[in-house]
Design a protein around this ligand. Structure first.
Ligand code: SAM
Length: 439
């Protein structure tokens, strides 16, 4: 039957498309990410460190969501006394999104076969025998701190390539490469795994798993110079220019951006440094765009001031034409929303704005030839660690202009994916061996 097909497709791909609504999806990030690996698996228990009941103190079981602390917060936040002009616009946006989010959630709650799988996502074991979690280092590396010491430009990462058979075009006998170790500068340098195999790497006594056909560029922020006023954040963002392709026919067809927007919750928890909005204007999106154009996907918070900035200033300065909004709806393992849908400052959803970029080679006229993107699609998932976004690249591929395979880049990335370039000050963060098991 169709539902069995949907479920088996989900078990393989990690993406469930609801029969009742074509524009609603459920995503299991662990399955999606695992398609980038052969020798390693992303460990579900490490990914789903929140929102599952078996997880002690950090867990948020449904029963405690009505605790008095939360109830007070709800009462306080649900109806801010009088809405100012900006809050009214935000509320209007929310009222427009509300029915489609409720409809998406209803579709999820009705998919009983899927619900049974979701409940157990965290405890799923790797199917192959001898699958074991990798060594857990006692301290998590902070790349932002590491990058600020004076020796940072000298640090190197060791990539250990297994023996590798490279298929030749036209079906001739494959080229055989023996195993090899490469020592490569880790900061301000494009580190590439061009092979079809995931490789293990080592940096300062920690191990990182690098997916097949991927690369990363990790910024060294040289903050002590910044404090002294010798360099600015702007020149730091300027480092992205190293990624601008030399030949005009390359560049990227899919550009995913999750900026460190200033936001009270990021500040409070001090998980990563943030930047004022104006700095994002200097990101060279036009230059990164492929001559055949690019789909640009930008994560935004629900702050109305930010939405206004993106629509009126950021997209126009990047040469991006807004096309559609996608909603990421967050649920717990029991498929209840992570917070009340109407909480004013803690919405259980985030938005991904999609637009087409024509780049420097063409002008905006070419944009009308790109595929229309349906507005208001909803994808649902159980969030991973704090502010980690689900890997939605694959859902976007059908709208990506240009020839295949698409060239994809994520800016401000904290993880890597097969076929992608990851740029940021901590693209290795979720590649650490604690997040993986060996097959
Ligand atoms: N998409 C990521 C995920 O799902 O895990 C989260 C990205 S987070 C919103 C923003 C990232 O930008 C953080 O990793 C932060 O450290 C990084 N960042 C902050 N300032 C930066 C800068 N000046 N240059 C590059 N990256 C920066």
């Amino acid at each position: 039957s169709q539902t069995t097909d949907q479920l088996s497709t989900f078990l393989e791909s990690g993406i469930y498309r609801f029969e009742s609504s074509n524009s609603v999806f459920f995503i299991d990030p662990v399955r999606v990410l695992n398609r980038s690996y052969a020798r390693f698996r992303v460990s579900p228990s490490a990914y789903y460190s929140r929102f599952f009941e078996s997880n002690g103190a950090r867990d948020e079981p449904a029963a405690t969501s009505t605790s008095s602390r939360k109830r007070k917060r709800k009462q306080k936040e649900k109806r801010p006394h009088t809405l100012n002009e900006r809050e009214q616009i935000a509320d209007q946006r929310h009222q427009e999104a509300r029915p489609l989010l409720l409809k998406a959630h209803k579709a999820l709650l009705e998919a009983t076969d899927l619900l049974a799988v979701i409940r157990n996502l965290r405890s799923e074991r790797c199917s192959s025998e001898g699958c074991q979690d990798l060594f857990l280092p006692s301290v998590e590396q902070s790349f932002v701190e590491l990058a600020s010491v004076w020796q940072a430009p000298l640090y190197e990462i060791t990539l250990s390539f297994p023996p590798y058979r490279e298929p030749t075009e036209g079906g001739g006998s494959p080229v055989v490469h023996s195993s090899e170790q490469r020592l490569i500068p880790v900061f301000n340098n494009l580190v590439v795994n061009e092979t079809n195999k995931d490789v293990e790497s080592e940096f300062l006594n920690s191990r990182y798993i690098i997916p097949r056909k991927s690369s990363f560029y990790m910024l060294c922020l040289t903050r002590f110079l910044w404090f002294l006023g010798f360099i600015s954040w702007k020149s730091d963002l300027g480092k992205i220019r190293d990624l601008i392709p030399a030949a005009s026919d390359c560049g990227f067809n899919l550009i995913l951006v999750d900026p460190p927007w200033e936001n009270s919750s990021a500040h409070q928890k001090l998980k990563y440094p943030t930047l004022p909005n104006r700095y994002f204007l200097s990101l060279p999106i036009k230059k990164l765009t492929h001559t055949e154009g690019a789909l640009l996907a930008l994560w935004v918070t629900n702050r109305e001031k930010l939405r206004g900035f993106v629509e009126k200033e950021l997209f126009p300065s990047w040469g991006v034409k807004y096309m559609a909004t996608l909603y990421w709806l967050k649920v717990k393992a029991d498929c209840i929303l992570t917070s009340d849908l109407d909480l004013f400052h803690h919405r259980p959803y985030e938005c991904l704005l999609l637009g087409y970029s024509h780049g420097e080679a063409r002008n905006s006229e070419c944009l009308s030839r790109f595929k229309p993107i349906p507005d208001n699609q909803v994808f649902i998932s159980i969030p991973g660690d704090y502010s980690r976004k689900p890997p939605i690249g694959e859902l976007l591929l059908e709208y990506v202009p240009g020839s295949k395979p698409a060239r994809c880049i994520e800016l401000f990335a904290r993880e890597m994916l097969g076929g992608w370039t990851s740029w940021g000050n901590e693209p290795l963060h979720f590649q650490e061996s604690r997040y993986f098991s060996r097959t």
